[in-house]
Structure formats: C-alpha cells, structure tokens
Design a protein around this ligand. Structure first.
Ligand code: SF4
Length: 555
C-alpha cells in the first residue's frame, strides 16, 4: 500500500514525546518532579519542630539547615524577615540569604478568629517580650509578630500552647488557618453557628502528617452568617450557609478560588452539605488536592488550576465517587449577602447584648495595644473577641450601658468603631518593612493616604463602601483583585532617570456583597500607575469623578 504525501510527512516526523506529567500522585506516581517536592518527601515539614527545640534554639541562627530555614520552618508559622534598609529595586536581584535577616516573622494561627482576653493578653505579652512590640492583624484572622529570634521560639510555643493557641501549619503547603465568621454563635441574624465544625476540622486534621504535604497551600472559609463574611470566593474551599427548602439549614460548597498568579474566583459545585457532613466533605476536597493536585510547577500547584481543567461537574463526581462514596444532594440557588460583612460598628447579639467591630489602621496594632485591649474589655464585662478577614477586631458580649464608654476608651487605643470611609475599607499587606518579596512600602503609605483622604473627603456621601487594597508586590496578600481600587506595588520611573515606589492600579473588583450581585475580579487599567506620593491625590480624583458620573445603580 502506498502512502500519500501527508502520511509520508507524518511518518518522517520523530515520535512526539508523551505529554509531561503534572506530578499528580494518583495519575503520575509520587516521584518528586522538583526540588520542593523532593525535600517535602524526604522529611515532612512538621518534623522540624523537634530540631528547632533541640538544636536550632540552643545553637542559634547560624546552625539552621538551609532547607529547614527556607522550607520546613513555614510548617510552624516561621519566615525569615527582610533585612532593614534593602530597597525594593534589589528584591529581584539579590539571593534570598542576602535579603533575609536573622529574625523571624511568627504567625499565630487563630482558627475562626476566636480569642479570649486571656489569649489576647498572652499574644500581647509575647510581642512585647520577644517581638519588639510588633503585631499585625492579617486578612486571614491571624496575628503576626516580627523580630522573633529562634532562641525564643520554644518559650513562645510553650506560652501560646498553654492558652490553647499555636503556630502549627500557619504557613507552608498545608491546610492553613480556617476562616470562620467573626460573629459565629452570637449574631442575631445568623443562620447557623459553624464553631463546632471548625473545631472538628482543626482537631482532626491540622498537624497530621497525612495532610502535611500538599502541592501548595490550602485555604478554607466557613460561615453561617448571611453577610457571607469570610471571602469564600477566594479560598480553595468555602462553605456558605444556605436554607434548603426541604433539608433545612446547611452549606453551599465552593471550591478552587485563589488570587496571586492567574487569579480565579471559586466555583459552586451545586451541592448541599449537611452541617454534620462538613468535616467529611472538607477532608474529601483537601484529599483531592493532595492526590490530584499539580506538583510539577509551583506556580501551577494551587487547586484552582485543577478545577479549571476539570470543571465543577467532574470535581463533584470525583468527590462523591472516590472520597465520600455517596452522592450529595443538589443545593438551592446561591444565597446573596444581606449586609456588609466587616462587622464594623455596633450590632445586637442573640442574647440582647452587643458586639462592636473596630478598626485599627490597616491591621497594624502592637503588643501594648493588645494587652491594653484585653484589660479594657475585661473592665467592661467581656472576655471574648474575634479577628476578622478584613484586618479588624470584633468585641463581643458588651452590655448596653457599656457600649458608649467602651467606644470612647477604644478611640484612645486607636481602635475606631465609627471609622471614616477609607479607614474602614483599606487593607494593606506587610510590604517592604518585613517581607522579602516586597518591592514597595505598604502599611505607612496606606495609613498616610487614609489620613489625607479623611481630611479631603470629610462629609462626602458615597452609596456603598469603596475598598482600597494596597499590595507591596505582584502577589496578592492584600487581595488587590477583589477591591474597588487595588494597588500592586512596583517601582516607577521618576522622570529623572531614577525610580520611585508606586503602584499599578486595578479597578472594579469586589466579592459578593450588598449592592453588588456577584463577585468579580478587578481589571488592570493599562498604563494607569500612581506613585506612592500621589496616592491620596489619585484616590480623591477617582472617587469624586465616580460620584459625579456614576449611573443610578452603578457600583
Ligand atoms: Fe509580601 Fe508581596 Fe505578600 Fe505583600 S503581597 S506580603 S509584599 S509577598
């Protein structure tokens, strides 16, 4: 039989190599395909704790093995911090060891953001004694301290663990802190209290070796509050309370959200999860990530890439068939949020008392403020508070007669219950002060801009909150793509041959909220960049123009 021309050409071509494996354990086997996967398999990150306690804390920073320092320490919430004085232009050119200091950022994990005043006092005292009085509320309900020495880490763990706190899996390729509604169990309009479910997940699955080598980080959010207050759309897995017409209150399941590289909002699987099934479903989703997640390239290793390839139907099928071994009922349509979910201001609790949401500037507090807050709350009859995914604090169980005296006292601590528009809705990541990946400063830049905007826009009426999120580099720790105004740190030409700190502007992002039907990612406005010095000018112009030109229903 003779071949035609096309067949001849095809036959002459060398055989195409089979497509490269993605490092999916269930499909490609577990042979590590990159250096990170190699050291994670050689020795689980959780095992570094013993070396910190027995060797590194006794022999000092110089004794720390490089892979432990830059890898496994994260499994216990420890990152080296940036050496002071290195400008953002050197971030990409210096080696990691040239950028880092001998001090650590230590992240205290606070699942559901639930704290007692006793716990808060311990964090505040640790900050004052071991962290040069630093403390930042993160946008994932954690509290981060800086300037921590490895010598002090065992004592810090001892004190945290004595009050039921810790740093286990606060960073690393693991299930990170579980975001939970800051008003769980107390809000008058709550659909369901997720507190016990969060406790079940953390007690059973945090710090267990079986889930301590995931392809990358795995983020969880769970809320029973109708404001949908846990930014579930940008988590790897999210459970949002929903009222099923036949099955009662349960959860709507979302998977595959994440920002940073290739930002993507999570998708609903269309299932209804009964409250007593949440921990099993959570385990199923995280197990899919462990077994099928992509491990070849780290920048393709988040769950969102698997979901993008599979789609929600296949994801649901695999979850039901291979992990739950039962079908989940279909869920009702997605609920829409009923009010703003930052919980700032004074609100009534189920029991007739009140909760008060207060805002420091861009999450920055100090050990001194935290201990003073613990004292103040106890003086006003409360022992409970919550951190929020918006760098805020919610104070619980305040009797009516204590509300106004407490608000006045909180003002003196820099914690405002009735903040201005931008003070309320501005968040900022760590930035160049401590972060080795940063290009620009963030916390002070954002604070200065907010103070200036408070003066310039005093008394102005806006139809809904306008969020300003400030990021120190192209990552998205401050969720720039989900803000009305998102700022991505970069250096800009100064017109005289040099460079100055500035930002690429993203506009129009937002998660589901009142007045906004559905979540959407902000868009980069081509060529629209603003220097740090011009930030307040730019935001003022933008807000005034938006208010002047917006249509009646435009957000
Ligand atoms: Fe650091 Fe960049 Fe994250 Fe900011 S966004 S904390 S600069 S990695």
């Amino acid at each position: 039989m003779s071949l035609n021309l096309a067949e001849t050409a095809e036959a002459a071509r060398p055989a195409r190599p089979a497509s490269r494996p993605n490092g999916q354990w269930k499909i490609d086997g577990t042979a590590p395909l990159n250096g990170n996967e190699e050291w994670k398999q050689q020795d689980n990150g959780l095992n570094v704790r013993e070396r910190i306690e027995q060797v590194y804390s006794k022999n000092g920073f110089a004794s720390i093995d490089g892979t432990d320092l830059h890898g496994r320490f994260r499994w216990w919430g420890l990152y080296t911090q940036r050496k002071p004085g290195i400008d953002g232009g050197k971030t990409a050119t210096l080696e990691p060891h040239e950028l880092e200091d001998e001090y650590f950022m230590l992240r205290v994990r606070i699942d559901g953001g639930q704290l007692t005043t006793g716990q808060l006092r311990v964090i505040g005292e640790i900050s004052q004694e071991f962290g040069r009085d630093t403390a930042d509320l993160t946008d994932r309900q954690n509290i981060q301290l800086h300037w921590v020495r490895v010598e002090d880490v065992p004592e810090i763990w001892r004190r945290l663990e004595a009050v039921g706190l810790g740093t286990t899996e606060a960073c690393g390729d693991v299930p990170r802190v579980v975001l939970g509604s800051p008003v769980a169990g107390i809000a008058l309009d709550e659909l369901i209290d997720p507190t016990e479910t969060i406790a079940e997940i953390t007690a059973k699955y945090i710090g267990v070796p079986e889930l301590a080598n995931l392809p990358r980080k795995f983020k969880t959010a769970l809320t029973g509050h109708p404001s949908q207050d846990v930014v579930h759309e940008i988590n790897d897995v999210g459970f949002v309370a929903v009222d099923h017409p036949e099955l009662g209150i349960g959860y709507d399941l979302w998977v595959g959200g994440g920002l940073s590289v290739s930002p993507r909002l999570g998708e609903r699987l269309g299932v209804f999860v009964r409250p007593d099934k949440v921990a099993d479903v959570w385990l199923g989703v995280v197990s899919i990530f462990r077994d099928y997640g992509y491990r070849r390239l780290r920048n393709k290793a988040r769950l969102k890439f698997l979901l993008a390839d599979w789609g929600p139907e296949k994801f649901r099928q695999v979850l039901e068939d291979e992990y739950l071994h039962e079908a989940l009922p279909d869920g009702p349509p997605a609920p829409t949020p009923t009010r703003q979910g930052d919980h700032v201001g004074v609100h009534k609790q189920k029991d007739g008392r009140f909760y008060i949401g207060v805002t420091p500037f861009v999450g920055r507090v100090s050990g001194t403020v935290l201990t003073a807050l613990a004292d103040l709350l106890e003086k006003h009859g409360s022992t409970r508070l919550r951190t929020t995914p918006h760098q805020k604090i919610v104070l619980l169980d305040i009797s009516e007669e204590n509300v106004e005296p407490l608000i006045t006292a909180l003002d003196a601590l820099g914690l405002e219950a009735r903040p201005s528009l931008f003070r309320r809705s501005t968040i900022a990541c760590t930035g160049i002060e401590f972060c080795k990946l940063a290009i620009v400063e963030t916390k002070q830049t954002a604070t200065d801009a907010v103070l200036e905007l408070e003066k310039r826009l005093a008394g102005i009426e806006v139809p809904h909150p306008i969020s300003l999120h400030v990021n120190g580099c192209p990552n998205s720790c401050a969720r720039i793509q989900t803000a009305d105004i998102g700022l991505k740190g970069q250096l800009l030409p100064d017109g005289a041959g040099g460079q100055v700190p500035g930002f690429q502007v993203h506009l129009g992002g937002g998660l589901a909220s009142v007045g906004r039907d559905e979540a959407g990612l902000g868009r980069t406005v081509r060529g629209l960049k603003v220097t740090a010095d011009d930030l307040a000018d730019y935001v003022e112009r933008l807000v005034r123009r938006f208010l002047a030109e917006r249509g009646d229903t435009e957000t």
